[in-house]
Each structure stands twice: as structure tokens, then as C-alpha cells.
Design a binder for this molecule. Structure first.
Ligand SMILES: O=C(O)CCC(=O)C(=O)O
Length: 281
């Protein structure tokens, strides 16, 4: 069963560092079900799209706006993860989107330094009261392009972003200056570990030049009191119905017992995140 809502000490770490790493947020069975579901998911694969990384590679991901009646939806709605995010963002949250980052062996692209709020600011979101739960599906190491973060960088507030390849990249001069003062952390993770991070925390990752996949599922939330003032490609406030953690296993098992119609979850969604394209090169 998922680990439960994070403690006060974890919340203090998040506030100080902009992130907190929780080992074993999903248990081994839940993690294995998630990994198998994702890897065998034809719809997820067909729905995936690439984005040039500005370093000659391409990142591949699948993205959807609303949590669904699937193992992915149960993870995004479970009490442990949503309750933790509510603790971190100080009140009710709603699902902004989820994605699967498919960093494949030898070809998986890099992510440039960025803040997620550098994108979402352009979606009529007034405050950076947003965060993500980034769950390791595979082991993530320096060799296969694990997440890198700058500890405490969220305190700088939102930086300007420019187009890097097809991604929004944070102002390089600022990032380089920040790296002189703040610690660069390589977030090596075991499957089932989760890092909760603030939308203004700078992060990036290298290309995957190894023979090992590095897939991750990212569930992103916005504070309910931070309803975007205009429509965008991601949802405005939509009440999130939490589910007990036990639903993750139940829906994972149902998926392989043939109880879930293929395509049930993404059929209505063909979302692409074009926010970066609004930025200047
Ligand atoms: O998974 C990664 O390497 C980075 C993903 C990321 O930065 C993002 O989705 O905003």
C-alpha cells in the first residue's frame, strides 16, 4: 500500500529545499503494476509525442488532463499523494495534468533547466501554488538521465524562459549564477520512490545514453484557490475525488484481468502541451 501522507518534517524540507524525496511512496506491487500497465499500454504509446531537446535528441512523453478510472488515475487521486500535496500547498488541490515521461534506452532526450511555473504562468495561473509528484517507474540513475534539481531555487521566484529546442528553458545566465550559490542534486531513485517538488524549483535531466529505460509518472496539482483566470490547455478548477490507496492495486489487477477496456482513459483526450511554443527563442 502507498506510504501515507508525508509528515511535518517532510513538509518543512519541501519548504526549505523546494522538493522532498519520499522513498517507497508506492509499494513494490503497486510499482510493478504501474510499470507493466504503462509498458503494455498501446494507447499510452500511440498518444506519446516527442519534443526536441535542443541537444540533438527528443524527449518522449504522454500527457493527459483528467485522472481516469485506471491505475494511473488511482495513483493521481490516492489519499497518500493528494493528501501530501494538500499539506504542501496549504489546502485543497485539483489535478492539473499527469504525464508519463518515457526516457528510452540510448535515445531518451534531455530536459533543459526550467521551472514548471515558467510554463504554467502562461496558462493564466496567477500564483505558483502548484506542485508535482514525480514517481519513479524505473530505477533512475545518473547514467540513465535521472532528474537534477537545484536545492532552494524555488526561493528565487519565477525566472524568464526562452525556447530551447521545443522546450521552455530558464534564463541561462540566472541558472549559472544560481549554481554558484546553490547545490545541484542528482535525484537517484528506486522504482516507487516519489519526489514532490515546487513549481518554481529548477530542474533538468540528461539524455539517456544507457541501456536502461528511465520512465517516470508525474502527477501535477494546482491549489483550488488558484483557479486560472482563463481557459488554457490544462483544466481550471475541477474537484478532485480522492480514493483510498488500496484502489491502486485493485485497478492495477483489474487491468490485467481484462476488466478495463483498452483506450478507456485517453480516448477523449488528445492533449498536447503547446505552452512552450508561446515563448520567444
Ligand atoms: O523527467 C524528466 O527528466 C524531467 C521532466 C520534466 O522536467 C517535466 O516534465 O517538467
Amino acid at each position: 500500500m502507498a506510504k501515507g501522507i508525508i509528515g511535518d518534517g517532510d513538509a518543512a524540507t519541501f519548504n526549505r529545499d523546494g522538493f522532498v524525496l519520499i522513498r517507497g511512496m508506492l509499494d513494490p506491487e503497486e510499482t510493478a503494476l504501474l510499470g507493466r500497465a504503462a509498458r503494455e499500454d498501446r494507447v499510452l504509446d500511440e498518444h506519446s509525442f516527442g519534443r526536441a531537446d535542443g541537444e540533438g535528441g527528443t524527449v518522449r512523453l504522454s500527457l493527459w488532463n483528467h485522472p481516469t478510472e485506471t491505475i494511473y488515475g488511482m495513483i493521481a487521486r490516492c489519499e497518500s499523494i493528494v493528501g501530501s500535496m494538500e499539506k504542501l500547498l496549504g489546502g485543497e488541490v485539483y489535478h492539473y495534468h499527469s504525464k508519463m515521461i518515457m526516457k528510452d534506452p540510448l535515445v531518451g532526450g534531455a530536459w533543459a533547466w526550467h521551472q514548471d511555473y515558467g510554463y504554467w504562468y502562461h496558462n493564466a495561473v496567477l500564483f505558483p501554488w502548484m506542485g508535482s509528484a514525480y514517481i519513479a517507474v524505473d530505477r533512475a540513475t545518473r547514467e540513465n538521465g535521472c532528474l537534477q534539481v537545484i536545492r532552494g531555487s524555488h526561493h528565487a521566484g519565477r525566472l524568464d524562459h526562452v525556447l530551447t529546442g521545443e522546450q521552455a528553458g530558464a534564463d541561462n545566465e540566472r541558472v549559472n549564477q544560481m549554481l554558484k550559490h546553490l547545490e545541484l542534486v542528482y535525484v537517484e531513485m528506486e522504482p516507487g520512490d516519489a519526489i514532490f517538488f515546487h513549481s518554481n524549483m529548477l530542474h533538468r535531466s540528461d539524455q539517456n545514453k544507457s541501456r536502461h529505460p528511465r520512465w517516470s509518472m508525474i502527477c501535477t496539482y494546482n491549489a483550488a484557490r488558484n483557479d486560472p483566470y482563463q481557459e488554457s490547455q490544462h483544466p481550471r478548477y475541477t474537484p478532485l475525488v480522492k480514493v483510498p490507496d488500496a484502489k491502486i492495486r485493485e485497478f492495477g489487477l483489474r487491468r490485467f484481468a481484462g476488466g478495463e477496456r483498452e483506450g478507456v482513459w485517453l480516448a477523449a483526450e488528445r492533449d498536447r502541451d503547446h505552452t512552450a511554443q508561446r515563448l520567444k527563442k
